[in-house]
Design a binder for this molecule. Structure first.
Ligand code: XMP
Length: 529
């Protein structure tokens, strides 16, 4: 892929107003998956009005508040005067109803979980979608509800599109004005036809075409990077993680020789990881990569330190020190590339203002000193993680690199409990490799969100051959999670765990015992330190 599309893939866009729902980012991801660019703004952020002027449609998210209370978030006037289709979801629908003269009341029965709505009237939103039919031949849709309040009086001009036993107004519309409301959540996968409903809204009602695709996004980023950096030189810290790998591939495509990657190999990576990074980028793709073999430096810095936060700090600071030293050697560098992604941008904005809007630039995450005078190039700033992965696939990066579980920046440094030693890291790498290899071999890798091995620096007795041996213990950890804020331990089959345990103890001299971590988050965390 060299250059690309000429069409501006941002010209069609949806404004998502955030009312504080845990699902707001999910709405945005779904909209993007359908192929339409969108941005999230807090409902009261002034710049949202400007964005609305160029948008093809507006979606109002759900939220935790109640419109029955005083001074709760409301629908700004411009939403209704922008003259584009509007879709209110849950709180968003209630706020719309209230704004337009309808009524919302607290419900005596909270509705949470699966529900079946009956479609009462033909509309562009549901067209012929159905999961089932009732005896009156009406379409039934399986949906996900999560609400306390409900609309009890429709605003003028509105009709009921769908109802449940508990919520008469489960879906409402004023089709003449292209205003729609859903009491249920089309963005969650439990609403089986949710994606199709959003697709109807975006493509049929808002009239968007689905041009936000991985190929077009890659082309757009490549064009923009070229015009941003011109003929100047860019440096990038390559870690082998998904984001920096995709940035490397994009920049290489965009500016070739003008890119130099610095890969700081801290000796705390997974088995063969450093070699694989070099193989993929330097050997196969011809990217200029400087590999700094800094294992000894990191291990000596960590010598005698067992406090987890101090270990993190030492590893982070040394990384910056080494990276800076290497970067200074590249005399003509003017740009520093970073793998900042959209959730980082939203979070950094939220951290400074308490609101999800997009103003703040992620400044020098790498922590390079100002006197280097590097400007930032952040080609993934607009993208969600799943979009970054699709780009990685599009750019031909190895599947295993792009679809890998998250790996913490301090690497094995926080998976070796207490003091970090080379002997421990070498044992842990091999044990972890066996665990991951077997997960992949048994098609379990993609069924868990994160899996790894932890090294415990205690010795436990084992009977090996003729004698008793005191050797180290490792723990296996595998979790299922959506957001990594809460997690359930993965219920891996006993036979599988048995196989992994036997392989680890038989193949790795130094381990006498394997444990499986059955703690959820909370109260435990995913990592052990
Ligand atoms: P916890 O252990 O807090 O982990 O439940 C949640 C997610 O964060 C990752 N994690 C880290 N990532 N640097 C990182 O880059 C860190 O210091 C760090 N600590 C935890 C962890 O792997 C999990 O995905």
């Amino acid at each position: 892929m060299s250059s690309s599309n000429n069409a501006d893939i941002h010209s069609q866009r949806i404004l998502i107003l955030d009312y504080g729902s845990q699902y707001t980012q999910l709405i945005a991801r779904r909209v993007r998956e359908i192929g339409v660019y969108c941005e999230i703004f807090s409902w009261d952020f002034p710049d949202a009005e400007n964005f609305a002027k160029t948008a093809q449609g507006i979606i109002l998210s759900g939220g935790p508040e109640s419109t029955t209370k005083q001074d709760t978030p409301h629908v700004p006037d411009y939403v209704l005067t922008a003259d584009v289709p509007v879709l209110g979801i849950c709180y968003g629908m209630q706020a719309l109803a209230k704004k337009l003269g309808g009524e919302v009341s607290e419900s005596s029965q909270r509705e949470f979980g699966f529900a079946q709505v009956t479609v009462k009237r033909a509309s562009k939103l549901f067209s012929d979608l159905q999961d089932d039919k009732n005896e009156d031949n009406q379409q039934l849709l399986d949906v996900w509800m999560s609400h306390g309040d409900k609309v009890t009086l429709l605003p003028e001009g509105f009709v009921t599109l769908a109802s449940t036993g508990n919520a008469k107004y489960a879906a409402i519309a004023n089709e003449g004005k292209n205003i729609y409301g859903l009491q249920f959540h089309p963005e969650v996968t439990h609403t089986k036809k949710g994606e199709e409903i959003l697709r109807s809204f975006l493509l049929d009602i808002c009239g968007c075409d689905a041009s936000w695709t991985a190929g077009n996004i890659a082309g757009d980023i490549i064009d923009r990077v070229r015009s941003q950096v011109g003929t100047e030189h860019v440096i990038l810290g390559l870690s082998g993680g998904v984001d920096s790998s995709v940035v490397a591939a994009l920049l290489h495509e965009a500016i070739g020789e003008q890119l130099t990657c610095i890969f700081v190999d801290n000796g705390l990576l997974r088995l063969h990881e450093g070699d694989q990074v070099m193989e993929t980028f330097a050997k196969h793709m011809g990217v200029k990569v400087i590999r700094v073999k800094a294992e000894d430096h990191f291990l000596s810095t960590l010598n005698g330190i067992d406090d987890p936060e101090l270990k993190r700090k030492k590893i982070g600071n040394l990384f910056i020190e080494i990276f800076e030293k290497e970067a200074r050697k590249i005399k003509d560098a003017r740009w520093l590339a970073q793998g900042t992604i959209y959730p980082d941008v939203i979070e950094s904005a939220a951290a400074t203002t308490g609101k999800a809007h997009l103003i703040k630039s992620h400044h020098n995450v790498g922590g390079l000193p100002d006197d280097m005078e590097l400007s930032l190039v952040e080609p993934l700033r607009e993208l969600f993680k799943d979009e970054v992965r699709r780009l990685g696939d599009e750019l031909g990066l190895p599947y295993e690199m792009i679809h890998r579980h998250p790996f913490p920046g301090p690497g094995l440094g926080v998976r070796i409990l207490g003091e970090v030693k080379k002997e421990y890291a070498d044992i842990l790498r091999r044990a972890d490799h066996i665990f991951i290899e077997e997960l992949r071999g048994h098609d379990l890798y993609n069924q868990v969100s994160q899996a790894f091995t932890v090294f415990l620096p205690v010795k436990s007795v084992g009977v090996m051959g003729d004698g008793r041996k005191y050797q180290y213990v490792v723990a296996l950890r595998a979790v299922e999670t959506i957001d990594f804020m809460t997690a359930r331990w993965a219920h891996l089959p006993y036979d599988f765990l048995d196989l992994v345990s036997r392989r680890i103890i038989n193949e790795i001299n130094g381990i006498s015992r394997v444990a499986y971590d059955i703690s959820g988050k909370p109260p435990a965390t995913i990592e052990w330190e």
